[in-house]
Design a protein around this ligand. Structure first.
Ligand SMILES: [Ca+2]
Length: 483
C-alpha cells in the first residue's frame, strides 16, 4: 500500500511540474526554457492525485471533474506565454538595436572628445600665432617710426647743408668780386702813377730800390700779382709820408726775414742763385725770368742765410695778407714782396723746371726759437696735374711735416683735389696747400697771434712736428735753391 502512494506522489509531482512549466509566468529562466520545446501532450496526464502533506492515514479521494477547467486555464496560460514570448523577442530586438546605437553613440562621443581636444589645440596655436603676429606688427611699426624719424632728420640735415652751401657760394662770390674790385683799383692807381713811375728808376724810393724797373721796357708781360699788391700802396705811402713808412717798415721787417738792400744789377735772372752768382749778395726783391719762358716775375732773394741764393716762395710774419684765396690767385701769386706773399704755383713750376731744386722751410715760434726743415729735391707738376708736389729726402731740426703731402695735388677753396672725400680740406684749413686728409702742415693757414689758438678747425699756420697743429707760428718762410 505504501509503495502505491509513493508512486502516486511522483506522478502528481511530474504533472505539477508540467503545469508549472506551461502555465507559470515567465521568469528569469524564460529564455532558457524557450530554447527547449514544451511538452504539451494533452491527455497524457488525465489523473490528478491529491497527496496530502500529512501522513496518509485514511482513503484517497480523486476529483476528475476539475481536470476540464484546468485544461482551459493551461490553454490560456499558453496563449499568454506565446504572447509574452513574442513581446520578449520584440524587446530583444529593440535591445539589440539600442546596443548598437549605444556603441555608435560611444564611438561618436569618443570621436567628439578627440575633436574637442584637437580644436582646443588648434585654438591655442591660433592664439599664439595671433599674439606673435601682433608683436611682429608692433615691432614693425616701431622700426617704421624709427626709419621715418631718421629720414626726417636726414632731410633736415641735407636742407641745412644746402642752405649753408648757398651761403658759402654767396660769400665766395662776394669775395671774388671784392678781389676783382681791388685788382681794378690797383690798376687804376698804377695808371695814375705811370707818368711818375717812369721817373722812379733814377731815384727809386727806399722800398723800390731793390725792385728792378726795366721790365716795362722789355715788352714782356709781367705775370705775377705779388709786386702789384704792395708796390702801389707802399709807393704812395712813401711819397706822402716817408718817415712813417720807414718806421712801419722797420717794425714789419725784423731781421733776418726782411732787409732793404740797394740792388744795381738789372736782371732778369733765372733765380736768386743766379743773382748771387752774378755778384749780388744782398737780400731783396729781384726781377726773374725762368729759362724757357717769357714770364717775368719778382721775388725776394735771401742772400744772407744758409749760404744765400734762396728764392723765397712763401712768407708769413704778421698776418697782414689774407691767404684764403682762389685757385687763380694761388696760381699767379699774391701779397707783398717785402712782407707776406705767395710767389705763385705757375712761377714755381717754371723755376723748378730749370734744374733740380731743394726746399728749405724756416719756422719761428713766439718765443723766438727758429728751426728749419730741408728737402733735397722740390718740384711741381704742371697745372694739368694740379701742381702736384714732388719732394725729396728730409733733413733738419723742425721735424718732417711735409713728406705726408708728397705726391699730392694742390687744393684751394674753389678746387678740391685733396684725398679727403667727405669735403674740401681748404674749407677747413682756410688756405691753399697740397692737402692730403687733410694736413700735417698748413703754412698758408690763418695767422693767429700768440701761438696756441682756439678755432673750430685746425686752420692756423702750423707745422705739426714743431708745436703741433693747434699752435700758430709767428714767422714762416719757404725758399728754394738749385742743388
Ligand atoms: Ca676732398
Amino acid at each position: 500500500m505504501e509503495t502505491t502512494l509513493t508512486l502516486g506522489l511522483v506522478l502528481l509531482l511530474t504533472l505539477c511540474v508540467g503545469v508549472a512549466a506551461s502555465g507559470g509566468t515567465p521568469g528569469d529562466n524564460a529564455q532558457k526554457r524557450s530554447s527547449r520545446p514544451v511538452d504539451t501532450k494533452a491527455g497524457r496526464c488525465s489523473y490528478t492525485f491529491i497527496v496530502p502533506q500529512r501522513k496518509l492515514t485514511g482513503a484517497l479521494c480523486l476529483n476528475t471533474q476539475s481536470v476540464a477547467a484546468n485544461r482551459s486555464e493551461v490553454a490560456a496560460l499558453r496563449t499568454e506565454l506565446a504572447r509574452q514570448q513574442e513581446e520578449l523577442e520584440h524587446l530583444r530586438g529593440q535591445l539589440q538595436q539600442e546596443g548598437s546605437l549605444a556603441m555608435e553613440v560611444r564611438a561618436l562621443r569618443k570621436e567628439s572628445s578627440s575633436m574637442n581636444s584637437r580644436i582646443a589645440q588648434l585654438y591655442a596655436q591660433l592664439l599664439h600665432e595671433v599674439i606673435h603676429k601682433k608683436d611682429q606688427a608692433l615691432e614693425l611699426r616701431r622700426v617704421e617710426n624709427l626709419l621715418l624719424n631718421a629720414t626726417t632728420q636726414a632731410l633736415q640735415v641735407s636742407s641745412n647743408y644746402r642752405e649753408l652751401e648757398k651761403k658759402y657760394g654767396v660769400l665766395t662770390s662776394i669775395m671774388t668780386s671784392q678781389n676783382q674790385f681791388i685788382a681794378r683799383l690797383e690798376k687804376q692807381c698804377k695808371c695814375g702813377d705811370s707818368s711818375q713811375s717812369s721817373l722812379v728808376p733814377t731815384e727809386p724810393p727806399k722800398s723800390h730800390s731793390n725792385v728792378h724797373p726795366n721790365y716795362s721796357s722789355e715788352g714782356i708781360e709781367m705775370t705775377n700779382d705779388v709786386q702789384r699788391d704792395q708796390s702801389a700802396s707802399s709807393s704812395l705811402q712813401e711819397k706822402n709820408t716817408p718817415d712813417i713808412t720807414t718806421t712801419a717798415a722797420s717794425t714789419l721787417t725784423d731781421p733776418p726775414f726782411i732787409s732793404f738792400p740797394a740792388t744795381k744789377a738789372p736782371g732778369p735772372w733765372h733765380d736768386c742763385q743766379h743773382v748771387l752768382d752774378s755778384g749780388e749778395n744782398t737780400s731783396g726783391i729781384y726781377l726773374l725770368r725762368p729759362q724757357g719762358t717769357n714770364r717775368l716775375l719778382q721775388a725776394w732773394c735771401e742772400q744772407s742765410r744758409a749760404q744765400g741764393g734762396w728764392t723765397v716762395i712763401q712768407k708769413r710774419q704778421d698776418g697782414s695778407v689774407n691767404f684764403f684765396r682762389t685757385w687763380e690767385q694761388y696760381k699767379l701769386g699774391f701779397g707783398n714782396l717785402d712782407g707776406e706773399y705767395w710767389l705763385g704755383l705757375e712761377h714755381l713750376y717754371w723755376i723748378t723746371k730749370q734744374a733740380q731744386y731743394k726746399l728749405r722751410v724756416v719756422l719761428e715760434d713766439w718765443q723766438g726759437r727758429q728751426v728749419f726743415a730741408e728737402y733735397d729735391s722740390f718740384s711741381l707738376e704742371p697745372e694739368s696735374d694740379w701742381y702736384r708736389l714732388r719732394l725729396g729726402q728730409y733733413s733738419g731740426n723742425a721735424g718732417d711735416s711735409l713728406s705726408w703731402h708728397n705726391n699730392k695735388a694742390f687744393t684751394t677753396l674753389d678746387r678740391d683735389k685733396d684725398s679727403y672725400t667727405a669735403g674740401n680740406c681748404a674749407h677747413y684749413q682756410k688756405g691753399g696747400w697740397w692737402y692730403h686728409m687733410c694736413a700735417h702742415s698748413n703754412l698758408n693757414g690763418v695767422w693767429y697771434r700768440g701761438g696756441h689758438y682756439r678755432s673750430r678747425y685746425q686752420d692756423g699756420v702750423y707745422w705739426a712736428e714743431f708745436h703741433g697743429g693747434s699752435y700758430s707760428l709767428k714767422r714762416v718762410s719757404m725758399m728754394i735753391k738749385p742743388t
